[in-house]
Write a protein of this length. Structure first.
Lengths: 162, 117, 89
Protein backbone atom coordinates (compact mmCIF):
# COMPACT_ATOMS: atom_id res chain seq x y z
CA UNK A 1 0.00 0.00 0.00
CA UNK A 2 2.75 2.46 0.89
CA UNK A 3 4.55 1.59 -2.33
CA UNK A 4 1.57 2.64 -4.46
CA UNK A 5 0.34 5.53 -2.34
CA UNK A 6 3.27 7.16 -0.56
CA UNK A 7 1.19 10.23 0.30
CA UNK A 8 -2.48 9.27 0.69
CA UNK A 9 -3.61 12.82 1.45
CA UNK A 10 -1.84 14.19 -1.62
CA UNK A 11 -3.40 11.46 -3.76
CA UNK A 12 -6.83 12.31 -2.40
CA UNK A 13 -6.23 16.00 -3.18
CA UNK A 14 -5.16 15.23 -6.77
CA UNK A 15 -8.19 13.01 -7.29
CA UNK A 16 -10.63 15.57 -5.87
CA UNK A 17 -8.99 18.37 -7.85
CA UNK A 18 -9.33 16.40 -11.08
CA UNK A 19 -12.95 15.60 -10.28
CA UNK A 20 -13.63 19.28 -9.59
CA UNK A 21 -11.85 20.58 -12.72
CA UNK A 22 -13.69 18.16 -15.02
CA UNK A 23 -16.97 18.54 -13.07
CA UNK A 24 -16.81 14.73 -12.60
CA UNK A 25 -18.41 14.59 -16.03
CA UNK A 26 -18.03 10.86 -16.69
CA UNK A 27 -16.75 7.63 -15.19
CA UNK A 28 -13.82 7.84 -17.60
CA UNK A 29 -12.73 11.15 -16.11
CA UNK A 30 -12.89 9.69 -12.60
CA UNK A 31 -10.74 6.71 -13.66
CA UNK A 32 -8.25 9.10 -15.25
CA UNK A 33 -8.27 11.13 -12.03
CA UNK A 34 -7.55 8.00 -9.97
CA UNK A 35 -4.66 7.17 -12.31
CA UNK A 36 -3.24 10.67 -11.92
CA UNK A 37 -3.68 10.44 -8.14
CA UNK A 38 -1.40 7.38 -8.19
CA UNK A 39 1.13 8.53 -10.80
CA UNK A 40 1.74 12.16 -9.76
CA UNK A 41 2.70 11.44 -6.12
CA UNK A 42 4.96 8.59 -7.29
CA UNK A 43 6.75 10.80 -9.82
CA UNK A 44 7.13 13.72 -7.40
CA UNK A 45 7.82 11.75 -4.19
CA UNK A 46 11.37 13.10 -3.86
CA UNK A 47 10.17 16.70 -3.72
CA UNK A 48 7.82 16.42 -0.75
CA UNK A 49 8.87 16.96 2.84
CA UNK A 50 7.58 14.46 5.38
CA UNK A 51 4.09 15.75 6.21
CA UNK A 52 3.22 16.03 9.90
CA UNK A 53 0.41 13.70 11.00
CA UNK A 54 -3.08 15.13 10.92
CA UNK A 55 -4.38 14.02 14.28
CA UNK A 56 -7.65 15.95 14.63
CA UNK A 57 -9.44 16.09 11.26
CA UNK A 58 -12.68 17.42 12.78
CA UNK A 59 -10.82 20.21 14.53
CA UNK A 60 -9.29 20.98 11.11
CA UNK A 61 -12.76 21.30 9.57
CA UNK A 62 -13.87 23.64 12.34
CA UNK A 63 -10.69 25.66 11.92
CA UNK A 64 -11.42 26.04 8.21
CA UNK A 65 -14.88 27.35 9.04
CA UNK A 66 -13.49 29.89 11.51
CA UNK A 67 -10.82 30.79 8.97
CA UNK A 68 -13.38 31.42 6.20
CA UNK A 69 -15.37 33.72 8.48
CA UNK A 70 -12.17 35.49 9.56
CA UNK A 71 -11.25 36.15 5.93
CA UNK A 72 -14.53 38.03 5.46
CA UNK A 73 -14.27 40.05 8.68
CA UNK A 74 -10.57 40.81 8.08
CA UNK A 75 -11.43 42.08 4.61
CA UNK A 76 -14.12 44.30 6.02
CA UNK A 77 -11.52 45.78 8.38
CA UNK A 78 -8.90 46.23 5.66
CA UNK A 79 -11.52 47.76 3.36
CA UNK A 80 -12.37 50.43 5.93
CA UNK A 81 -8.69 51.14 6.51
CA UNK A 82 -8.01 51.50 2.78
CA UNK A 83 -10.89 53.92 2.23
CA UNK A 84 -10.49 55.82 5.48
CA UNK A 85 -8.00 58.58 6.28
CA UNK A 86 -4.48 57.28 5.81
CA UNK A 87 -2.76 59.39 8.46
CA UNK A 88 -4.62 57.50 11.17
CA UNK A 89 -3.00 54.21 10.17
CA UNK A 90 0.02 53.10 12.14
CA UNK A 91 1.72 50.37 10.07
CA UNK A 92 4.51 48.38 11.65
CA UNK A 93 6.62 45.26 11.43
CA UNK A 94 5.82 42.89 14.26
CA UNK A 95 7.80 39.84 15.32
CA UNK A 96 5.64 36.97 16.52
CA UNK A 97 7.58 34.38 18.56
CA UNK A 98 6.43 30.88 17.60
CA UNK A 99 5.91 27.83 19.78
CA UNK A 100 5.70 25.40 16.88
CA UNK A 101 8.82 23.86 15.40
CA UNK A 102 7.69 22.40 12.08
CA UNK A 103 8.61 24.18 8.82
CA UNK A 104 5.44 23.03 7.05
CA UNK A 105 3.12 24.19 9.83
CA UNK A 106 5.03 27.46 10.10
CA UNK A 107 4.44 28.02 6.38
CA UNK A 108 0.77 27.18 6.83
CA UNK A 109 0.53 29.66 9.71
CA UNK A 110 2.24 32.27 7.55
CA UNK A 111 -0.33 31.78 4.79
CA UNK A 112 -3.23 31.93 7.23
CA UNK A 113 -1.84 35.12 8.76
CA UNK A 114 -1.36 36.66 5.30
CA UNK A 115 -4.99 36.08 4.41
CA UNK A 116 -6.58 37.19 7.67
CA UNK A 117 -6.14 39.89 10.25
CA UNK A 118 -4.72 42.96 8.51
CA UNK A 119 -1.27 41.36 8.38
CA UNK A 120 1.04 39.96 5.72
CA UNK A 121 3.69 37.49 6.80
CA UNK A 122 7.08 38.32 5.40
CA UNK A 123 9.60 35.96 6.89
CA UNK A 124 9.78 32.78 8.95
CA UNK A 125 13.05 32.72 10.84
CA UNK A 126 13.77 29.04 11.39
CA UNK A 127 16.77 29.67 13.62
CA UNK A 128 14.93 31.76 16.20
CA UNK A 129 11.42 30.53 15.23
CA UNK A 130 10.01 33.98 14.79
CA UNK A 131 7.33 34.95 12.28
CA UNK A 132 7.87 38.45 10.92
CA UNK A 133 4.60 40.08 9.88
CA UNK A 134 3.73 43.49 8.51
CA UNK A 135 0.49 44.93 9.81
CA UNK A 136 -1.47 47.75 8.22
CA UNK A 137 -2.67 49.24 11.49
CA UNK A 138 -1.30 48.19 14.87
CA UNK A 139 -1.98 50.51 17.78
CA UNK A 140 -1.05 47.62 20.10
CA UNK A 141 1.50 45.07 18.78
CA UNK A 142 1.17 42.80 21.81
CA UNK A 143 -2.57 42.37 21.21
CA UNK A 144 -1.85 41.37 17.61
CA UNK A 145 0.78 38.83 18.71
CA UNK A 146 -1.66 37.35 21.24
CA UNK A 147 -4.42 37.17 18.64
CA UNK A 148 -2.26 35.32 16.12
CA UNK A 149 -0.93 32.92 18.73
CA UNK A 150 -4.23 32.12 20.37
CA UNK A 151 -6.47 32.08 17.34
CA UNK A 152 -4.31 30.38 14.73
CA UNK A 153 -1.08 28.94 16.10
CA UNK A 154 -2.79 27.14 18.97
CA UNK A 155 -5.38 25.64 16.60
CA UNK A 156 -2.75 24.48 14.10
CA UNK A 157 -0.70 22.90 16.89
CA UNK A 158 -3.74 20.98 18.08
CA UNK A 159 -4.65 19.84 14.57
CA UNK A 160 -1.20 18.56 13.62
CA UNK A 161 0.13 17.64 17.08
CA UNK A 162 3.53 19.26 16.93
CA UNK B 1 -33.63 30.28 -11.86
CA UNK B 2 -35.61 31.54 -8.90
CA UNK B 3 -35.52 35.14 -7.74
CA UNK B 4 -33.73 34.19 -4.53
CA UNK B 5 -30.82 32.50 -6.31
CA UNK B 6 -30.62 35.34 -8.81
CA UNK B 7 -30.41 37.76 -5.90
CA UNK B 8 -27.63 35.74 -4.25
CA UNK B 9 -25.64 35.55 -7.49
CA UNK B 10 -26.08 39.27 -8.17
CA UNK B 11 -25.05 40.17 -4.63
CA UNK B 12 -21.95 37.96 -4.85
CA UNK B 13 -20.99 39.50 -8.19
CA UNK B 14 -21.36 43.10 -7.04
CA UNK B 15 -19.66 42.46 -3.68
CA UNK B 16 -16.86 40.58 -5.42
CA UNK B 17 -16.28 43.39 -7.91
CA UNK B 18 -16.36 45.90 -5.04
CA UNK B 19 -13.62 44.02 -3.20
CA UNK B 20 -11.58 43.74 -6.41
CA UNK B 21 -11.87 47.51 -6.75
CA UNK B 22 -10.94 48.00 -3.08
CA UNK B 23 -7.79 45.94 -3.53
CA UNK B 24 -6.75 48.13 -6.44
CA UNK B 25 -7.65 51.32 -4.55
CA UNK B 26 -5.34 50.13 -1.80
CA UNK B 27 -2.65 49.40 -4.36
CA UNK B 28 -2.93 52.85 -5.88
CA UNK B 29 -3.55 54.90 -2.76
CA UNK B 30 -1.41 53.61 0.11
CA UNK B 31 1.91 55.39 0.56
CA UNK B 32 4.36 52.55 1.24
CA UNK B 33 5.10 49.30 -0.61
CA UNK B 34 4.48 47.07 2.41
CA UNK B 35 1.12 48.76 2.97
CA UNK B 36 0.23 48.37 -0.69
CA UNK B 37 0.81 44.65 -0.35
CA UNK B 38 -2.28 44.33 1.85
CA UNK B 39 -4.87 45.34 -0.76
CA UNK B 40 -4.08 42.80 -3.47
CA UNK B 41 -3.37 39.91 -1.07
CA UNK B 42 -6.62 40.19 0.85
CA UNK B 43 -9.30 42.25 -0.85
CA UNK B 44 -8.57 41.19 -4.43
CA UNK B 45 -8.36 37.50 -3.49
CA UNK B 46 -11.69 37.62 -1.68
CA UNK B 47 -13.27 39.60 -4.53
CA UNK B 48 -12.23 37.15 -7.22
CA UNK B 49 -13.25 34.32 -4.88
CA UNK B 50 -16.76 35.75 -4.55
CA UNK B 51 -17.02 36.17 -8.33
CA UNK B 52 -15.94 32.57 -8.90
CA UNK B 53 -18.47 31.39 -6.31
CA UNK B 54 -21.20 33.34 -8.11
CA UNK B 55 -20.16 31.67 -11.36
CA UNK B 56 -20.28 28.22 -9.72
CA UNK B 57 -23.81 28.86 -8.41
CA UNK B 58 -24.93 30.35 -11.73
CA UNK B 59 -23.83 27.39 -13.85
CA UNK B 60 -25.13 24.91 -11.26
CA UNK B 61 -28.69 26.23 -11.40
CA UNK B 62 -28.76 26.39 -15.20
CA UNK B 63 -31.13 23.61 -16.31
CA UNK B 64 -29.10 22.21 -19.19
CA UNK B 65 -25.93 21.28 -17.32
CA UNK B 66 -25.40 19.42 -14.07
CA UNK B 67 -23.79 20.81 -10.96
CA UNK B 68 -20.81 22.98 -11.77
CA UNK B 69 -17.94 22.90 -9.31
CA UNK B 70 -14.92 23.50 -11.49
CA UNK B 71 -14.75 27.16 -10.43
CA UNK B 72 -13.54 25.86 -7.07
CA UNK B 73 -10.18 24.92 -8.61
CA UNK B 74 -9.00 28.48 -9.43
CA UNK B 75 -10.60 29.65 -6.17
CA UNK B 76 -8.43 27.31 -4.08
CA UNK B 77 -5.45 28.06 -6.25
CA UNK B 78 -5.79 31.81 -5.71
CA UNK B 79 -6.19 31.42 -1.96
CA UNK B 80 -3.08 29.22 -1.80
CA UNK B 81 -0.91 31.41 -4.04
CA UNK B 82 -1.84 34.88 -2.74
CA UNK B 83 0.20 34.55 0.50
CA UNK B 84 3.15 33.06 -1.43
CA UNK B 85 3.15 35.98 -3.88
CA UNK B 86 2.98 38.49 -1.02
CA UNK B 87 5.77 36.71 0.84
CA UNK B 88 8.09 36.64 -2.18
CA UNK B 89 7.38 40.26 -3.11
CA UNK B 90 8.01 41.38 0.48
CA UNK B 91 11.29 39.48 0.52
CA UNK B 92 12.33 41.03 -2.78
CA UNK B 93 11.43 44.50 -1.49
CA UNK B 94 13.39 44.00 1.76
CA UNK B 95 16.32 42.69 -0.24
CA UNK B 96 16.31 45.72 -2.53
CA UNK B 97 16.01 48.14 0.35
CA UNK B 98 18.83 46.60 2.31
CA UNK B 99 21.06 46.58 -0.76
CA UNK B 100 20.14 50.21 -1.51
CA UNK B 101 18.83 49.78 -5.03
CA UNK B 102 15.51 51.49 -4.45
CA UNK B 103 15.90 54.52 -6.65
CA UNK B 104 13.52 57.33 -5.79
CA UNK B 105 11.77 55.43 -3.00
CA UNK B 106 10.82 57.72 -0.13
CA UNK B 107 11.80 56.66 3.37
CA UNK B 108 9.52 53.83 4.54
CA UNK B 109 6.54 55.00 6.52
CA UNK B 110 6.51 51.81 8.53
CA UNK B 111 8.17 51.89 11.90
CA UNK B 112 11.10 49.70 12.93
CA UNK B 113 12.08 48.32 9.55
CA UNK B 114 14.04 45.19 10.33
CA UNK B 115 17.54 44.80 9.01
CA UNK B 116 18.96 42.07 6.83
CA UNK B 117 16.81 38.95 6.59
CA UNK C 1 -31.29 42.01 -11.93
CA UNK C 2 -28.41 39.72 -12.87
CA UNK C 3 -27.64 41.69 -16.01
CA UNK C 4 -27.58 44.95 -14.08
CA UNK C 5 -25.29 43.40 -11.47
CA UNK C 6 -22.90 42.21 -14.17
CA UNK C 7 -22.87 45.64 -15.80
CA UNK C 8 -22.04 47.29 -12.47
CA UNK C 9 -19.35 44.71 -11.80
CA UNK C 10 -17.79 45.30 -15.23
CA UNK C 11 -17.49 49.01 -14.45
CA UNK C 12 -16.01 48.39 -10.99
CA UNK C 13 -13.43 45.93 -12.31
CA UNK C 14 -12.55 48.28 -15.18
CA UNK C 15 -11.82 51.06 -12.68
CA UNK C 16 -9.73 48.58 -10.70
CA UNK C 17 -7.74 47.73 -13.83
CA UNK C 18 -7.13 51.42 -14.49
CA UNK C 19 -5.84 51.88 -10.92
CA UNK C 20 -3.50 48.91 -11.39
CA UNK C 21 -2.15 50.42 -14.58
CA UNK C 22 -1.60 53.70 -12.73
CA UNK C 23 0.53 51.86 -10.15
CA UNK C 24 2.27 49.94 -12.93
CA UNK C 25 3.31 53.18 -14.64
CA UNK C 26 4.13 55.20 -11.51
CA UNK C 27 6.05 52.54 -9.65
CA UNK C 28 8.19 53.82 -7.93
CA UNK C 29 10.06 50.58 -7.30
CA UNK C 30 10.22 47.42 -9.41
CA UNK C 31 8.43 45.46 -6.69
CA UNK C 32 5.48 47.88 -6.95
CA UNK C 33 5.30 47.23 -10.66
CA UNK C 34 5.41 43.45 -10.20
CA UNK C 35 2.64 43.70 -7.60
CA UNK C 36 0.60 45.82 -10.03
CA UNK C 37 1.12 43.28 -12.82
CA UNK C 38 0.10 40.40 -10.55
CA UNK C 39 -3.04 42.25 -9.46
CA UNK C 40 -3.78 43.07 -13.10
CA UNK C 41 -3.69 39.35 -13.88
CA UNK C 42 -5.98 38.43 -10.99
CA UNK C 43 -8.44 41.18 -11.90
CA UNK C 44 -8.49 39.88 -15.46
CA UNK C 45 -9.60 36.52 -14.05
CA UNK C 46 -12.53 38.27 -12.40
CA UNK C 47 -13.33 39.99 -15.70
CA UNK C 48 -13.23 36.69 -17.59
CA UNK C 49 -15.47 34.95 -15.07
CA UNK C 50 -17.97 37.83 -15.31
CA UNK C 51 -17.88 37.65 -19.08
CA UNK C 52 -18.47 33.89 -18.87
CA UNK C 53 -21.59 34.45 -16.76
CA UNK C 54 -22.92 37.23 -19.01
CA UNK C 55 -22.43 35.20 -22.19
CA UNK C 56 -23.67 32.01 -20.47
CA UNK C 57 -20.65 30.00 -21.55
CA UNK C 58 -18.24 27.86 -19.56
CA UNK C 59 -15.56 28.13 -22.25
CA UNK C 60 -13.81 30.99 -20.43
CA UNK C 61 -13.20 28.93 -17.33
CA UNK C 62 -10.08 27.26 -18.72
CA UNK C 63 -8.69 30.63 -19.75
CA UNK C 64 -9.19 31.91 -16.20
CA UNK C 65 -7.50 28.85 -14.71
CA UNK C 66 -4.51 29.13 -17.05
CA UNK C 67 -4.21 32.86 -16.37
CA UNK C 68 -4.11 32.15 -12.62
CA UNK C 69 -1.39 29.52 -13.09
CA UNK C 70 0.77 31.55 -15.48
CA UNK C 71 0.35 34.77 -13.50
CA UNK C 72 1.58 33.07 -10.35
CA UNK C 73 4.56 31.44 -12.06
CA UNK C 74 5.47 34.73 -13.71
CA UNK C 75 5.33 36.65 -10.43
CA UNK C 76 7.44 34.04 -8.65
CA UNK C 77 10.01 34.12 -11.46
CA UNK C 78 10.24 37.92 -11.34
CA UNK C 79 10.62 37.92 -7.54
CA UNK C 80 13.32 35.26 -7.74
CA UNK C 81 15.09 37.38 -10.32
CA UNK C 82 15.05 40.38 -8.00
CA UNK C 83 16.23 38.30 -5.05
CA UNK C 84 19.08 36.50 -6.78
CA UNK C 85 19.70 38.21 -10.10
CA UNK C 86 18.92 34.84 -11.65
CA UNK C 87 15.75 32.80 -12.15
CA UNK C 88 17.01 29.25 -11.83
CA UNK C 89 18.55 28.00 -8.60
Amino acid sequence: MRAILPFPRLSLMVFLLWAVITNAASLGQLVLGALLAIVIPLLSRDFWPAPPPLVRPWRALRFMGVFALDIVTANWRVARQIIGPLHRLSPAFVEVPLDLRDPFIATLLGSVVSLTPGTVSIHVDQQRWVLLVHALDVPDPQALIDEIKERYEQALKEIFAC
Amino acid sequence: MSTATEFIISALIVLGALFVLLGSVGLARLPDFFMRLHGPTKATTLGVGATLLASAIFFSVQDSEGISLHELAPLFFLFITAPVTAYLLAKAALHRRSSGRNSGQPAPKSKQLPGQH
Amino acid sequence: MLNAAIEIAFVLVAVALALNIYRLLVGPDTTDRILALDTLGINTIALLVLYGISSNSTAYFEVALLLALLGFVGTVALCKYLLRGDISE
